[in-house]
Design a protein around this ligand. Structure first.
Ligand code: NAP
Length: 247
């Protein structure tokens, strides 16, 4: 028996990086997959085909995670086409790194909307079917930067710290309904988002006890644990996947 058989998972921002790895991992374990993207149409089509190769139903939706109305429409569409939503992974995110004196109000708003408001937008929708089913797992992608801070990333860090406060609050609000809400705090993971750090090589490795960047599959494995019946008494937690950076 696969870990996510008969479950429907909605994953935001799965056309690339960590979201894509989570979609593949969940499909391998038998879940029906609904995923979103913002502009990567081609990659989304390719992923749809790849996921179908695991024998599961899978569909990509173009939907801006930062837009409340779009999140409402998305949840309605997924409910109509997939029947329910058992697992929601709020993964979509962006970074706009700048020292505070150069950080513009537009950059601040853009990051807050895509990273933090997005989590509110979709969580508010998916708890409705989950409350009805008296079961559900919501997984929010925070960051080690939201736990520790990082120079040049004040607004990204604030958005990711906000996700932690949100996660812990909602876990307390709806724990009695058997809906679990947890956050993952990755360290430096090899994706497009961290591509520019690679030139810094050893400088970054010195900050990481395991002396390497993480792989998307290593984050996806923790998401699988949180999505599945392996974690039925785990809620309100922030799990670091950071090669020991948070020690
Ligand atoms: P990535 O490679 O840059 O991919 C970002 C994904 O999010 C893409 O699929 C992108 O879609 C989608 N996206 C961006 N804005 C969106 C929006 N407004 N609406 C819908 N989709 C949107 O990022 P990643 O490195 O995989 O990161 C995934 C999550 O993990 C993010 O929340 C990030 O902050 C967090 N995280 C990453 C790291 C790391 O080291 N990589 C560390 C800590 C936390 P398109 O392809 O269509 O643009």
């Amino acid at each position: 028996m696969k870990l996510l058989e008969h479950k429907v998972a909605l994953i935001t921002g799965a056309s690339r990086g960590i979201g894509e790895a989570i979609a593949i991992k969940f499909a391998e374990q038998g879940a029906t997959i609904a995923f979103t993207y913002l502009s990567s149409e081609e990659r989304a089509k390719t992923l749809e085909e790849k996921l179908a190769g695991y024998g599961v139903k899978a569909k990509g939706y173009k939907s801006d995670a930062g837009d409340y109305k779009a999140a409402e429409q998305l949840a309605n569409d997924v409910m109509k086409e997939m029947g329910t939503i058992d697992i929601c992974v709020n993964n979509a995110g962006i970074s706009r790194d700048n020292l505070l004196l150069r950080l513009t109000p537009e950059q601040w708003d853009e990051v807050m909307q895509a990273n933090l408001k997005s989590v509110y937008n979709l969580t508010r929708q998916v708890i409705k079917p989950m409350m009805k089913a008296r079961s559900g797992s919501i997984i929010n992608l925070s960051s080690i930067v939201g736990v520790k801070g990082n120079p040049g990333q004040s607004c990204y860090a604030a958005s990711k710290a906000g996700i932690i406060g949100f996660t812990k609050s909602i876990a307390q609000e709806i724990g009695s309904r058997n809906i679990r809400v947890n956050a993952i705090a990755p360290g430096f993971i090899e994706t497009d988002m961290t591509h520019y750090l690679k030139d810094g090589g050893d400088k970054w490795f010195e900050k990481i006890p395991m002396h390497r960047f993480g792989k998307v599959e290593e984050v996806a494995n923790v998401a699988l644990f949180l999505a599945s019946g392996l974690s039925t008494y785990v809620t309100g937690q922030v799990i670091s996947v950071c090669g020991g950076m948070n020690t």
